[in-house]
Write a protein that binds this ligand. Structure first.
Ligand code: AMP
Ligand code: ZN
Length: 471
C-alpha cells in the first residue's frame, strides 16, 4: 500500500521492517475524562488502517498505552498533571478515575467497532523501563539533571525537527500562550524525562528513582512501551496531528538516542475533528461523546460512516446537520443490503474484480471515501445477490459498519411485532404505492405513504425498490 509518511512529507510504498509483519503503535488516551468524538476519530481511522493491513495479509501487532500519569496540562512540561486535575474535579483518587475512564474509552471503542489492541499498557505499570532508558540517556550524555528534574538535551542531536512542517519559532516554548519558560532547561526545546520537582507538589503518584522520588514525563512512556513490546524497529506510529509536536518529536529524539539507530519508519497523523468553534478538545470542557450521540438517538456506527466519508489527513467539521446526512446514508445502505436475497452462487471473477477496486482505494493512502463508493458500486453491480452479499461481508471486515447484521435486524423489525400479522398488509400497500408511482399517480402514492405512516411504518426509497420498517 501507499501511505503518507509525515516524517518524509510524502506518500511512500509501505514496506515493513520484517516482510509480512507490521509493528504498530498508537498513542492511547489520557484517562482523566471521557474521550470525545474527536479523539475517537483518530482511533477510528487508525482502526481502519490496522484492519486494512490485516485484510491485505499482514500479521499486525498493535500496542497502545494508557496515559495515567505524566501528561501535564501544558505540553511544555509546566502546569498540573491532567490526571490529578481530573481526580480533584471528581473527588476521587487518580487510580479510580484512570480505571473508570479507561473502561469508558474501550466501551466507546466497542460501540464504534474499534478493535481492542493486542497490547494495552497503562503508563504507571512501566516505571522500571523508564528508569532503565533514562539511566542510559544520562550515561551517554543525552540527558542532564537540573533543578531536581532530568531533562533530555536536544542540542546533542543532529536533527531534532523531524516533522518540519513546524516553524522553529512556533516551537519555542516561551512563545506558546500561557507557558512559562523553564529556567532549568539548557535549550528551549529540551523536555523532562523525570520530574521530582514541579510547581505542583501534590502529585499523587510517585516512585523512587536514582534521581529522587518523582514521576515520568509523558513522552518517555510511549517510547518505552513501544520498545518493550515491539522491539527496536517500529513500522507505524500513529496519533492525532496535535501529537506531532512536541510529543512525537520528543519520542523520536529519545528513542533514537537510546537505540543508536533509526526507530520508526512511518508516522501517520490523523487530522482533527473540528467544530464551528475550532478543534474539539477535552480541556475546553464542552465536548461531544459517544453517549451524547446515543442520547440524541444516533447509532454510533453512523459516526463511523461519517468519518469514513472523508480522508484522514483532512480536517473534518462536525455538525449535527452533517451527521444527519451520514445517518440518512447509513439507513439507506442498510435497507439496500436488506433487500439482497442471497440467491445464487458467488461468482469468483466478479468478486475478485470488485475486491481489487476496493483494495486499490484503501491501498492509496487509505482513501476511505472511495472505499465506501466501492461498496455502492457493488450494490449497483450487474451480479447476483450472493456475490453482492459476499463482497459486502468482505469489505465490512475493514469498514466495520456491521452491514449484514444491521440488515438482518432490519428484516426482523419488518416482521415484528408478534410474527407481524400486518406484514402482508403492509407489503400490499407498499406494492400498491409502487404501482401508483409507476402510473405517475402521485396523489395516490402520497395517500398510501400517509396511511402507512399512521400504521407506524416508514418508507425508504432505494434503487432496489421501496423498503419499509417500523418507526
Ligand atoms: P489525549 O486523550 O488528549 O491524549 O488524546 C488522545 C488522542 O486523540 C491523541 O492521538 C490526540 O492527538 C487525538 N486528538 C485530540 N483532539 C483531537 C481532535 N479534535 N480530533 C482528532 N483527534 C484528536
Ligand atoms: Zn504517545
Amino acid at each position: 500500500m501507499k501511505l503518507y509518511n509525515s516524517a518524509s512529507h510524502q506518500k511512500e510504498e509501505f514496506v515493513p521492517h520484517d516482510p509480512g509483519k507490521v509493528r504498530m503503535y498508537t498513542c492511547g488516551p489520557t484517562v482523566y475524562h471521557f474521550a470525545h468524538i474527536g479523539n475517537l476519530r483518530s482511533y477510528l481511522m487508525e482502526d481502519v488502517l490496522e484492519k486494512f493491513l490485516r485484510y491485505d495479509g499482514y500479521d499486525v501487532t498493535r500496542v497502545m498505552n494508557i496515559t495515567d500519569v505524566g501528561h501535564l496540562a501544558s505540553d511544555a512540561d509546566t502546569g498540573e498533571d491532567k490526571m490529578l486535575k481530573g481526580a480533584q474535579r471528581e473527588h476521587k483518587s487518580v487510580m479510580e478515575i484512570a480505571k473508570f475512564y479507561t473502561d469508558a474509552f474501550f466501551s466507546d471503542c466497542e460501540k464504534l467497532n474499534i478493535k481492542y489492541p493486542d497490547v494495552v499498557q497503562p503508563a504507571t505499570g512501566m516505571i522500571d523501563e523508564y528508569i532503565k532508558v533514562i539511566s542510559k540517556l544520562m550515561d551517554t550524555g543525552y540527558a542532564y539533571f537540573a533543578g531536581g528534574n532530568v531533562y533530555f538535551d536536544t542540542s546533542k542531536l543532529d536533527h531534532y525537527y523531524v516533522f518540519n512542517d513546524h516553524d522553529e519559532e512556533d516551537l519555542a516554548v516561551g512563545v506558546r500562550e500561557g507557558v512559562e519558560a523553564d529556567a532549568n532547561k539548557r535549550n528551549k526545546t529540551d523536555f523532562v524525562l523525570w520530574f521530582t520537582k514541579s510547581k505542583f507538589e501534590d502529585q499523587a503518584l510517585k516512585w523512587d528513582s536514582p534521581w529522587g522520588v518523582g514521576y515520568p514525563g509523558w513522552h518517555i512512556e510511549c517510547s518505552c512501551i513501544s520498545m518493550k513490546y515491539l522491539g527496536e524497529y517500529l513500522d507505524i506510529h500513529c496519533g492525532g496531528v496535535d501529537n506531532a509536536f512536541p510529543h512525537h518529536t520528543n519520542e523520536i529524539a529519545q528513542s533514537e538516542a537510546y537505540l543508536g539507530h533509526p526507530w520508526c519508519k512511518y508516522w501517520v497523523h490523523i487530522a482533527h475533528l473540528d467544530t464551528a468553534g475550532g478543534k474539539m478538545s477535552k480541556s475546553k470542557g464542552e465536548f461531544t461523546t459517544v453517549s451524547t450521540l446515543e442520547e440524541r438517538g444516533y447509532d454510533p456506527l453512523v459516526y463511523r460512516l461519517f468519518c469514513l466519508q472523508s480522508h484522514y489527513r483532512k480536517a473534518l467539521v462536525f455538525s449535527y446537520e452533517n451527521l444527519d446526512n451520514a445517518r440518512a446514508a447509513y439507513e439507506k445502505l442498510v435497507a439496500r443490503v436488506a433487500a439482497l436475497t442471497g440467491e445464487g452462487e458467488v461468482d469468483p471473477a466478479v468478486f475478485g474484480q470488485y475486491q481489487t477496486a476496493f483494495k486499490e482505494a484503501l491501498g492509496n493512502d487509505l482513501n476511505t471515501s472511495l472505499a465506501v463508493t466501492r461498496l455502492y458500486d457493488v450494490l449497483k453491480a450487474d451480479a447476483n445477490d450472493a456475490t453482492k452479499r459476499a463482497l459486502i461481508e468482505s469489505f465490512d471486515q475493514v469498514l466495520g459498519l456491521d452491514l449484514l447484521e444491521k440488515a438482518a435486524a432490519y428484516r426482523e423489525k419488518q416482521a415484528a411485532p408478534a410474527g407481524g400479522e400486518d406484514a402482508a398488509e403492509i407489503e400490499a400497500l407498499v406494492a400498491a404505492r409502487t404501482a401508483a408511482k409507476k402510473a405517475k399517480d402521485w396523489a395516490e402514492a402520497d395517500r398510501i405513504r400517509d396511511q402507512l405512516k399512521e400504521m407506524g411504518v416508514e418508507l425508504i426509497d432505494t434503487k432496489e425498490g421501496t423498503q419499509w420498517r417500523r418507526a
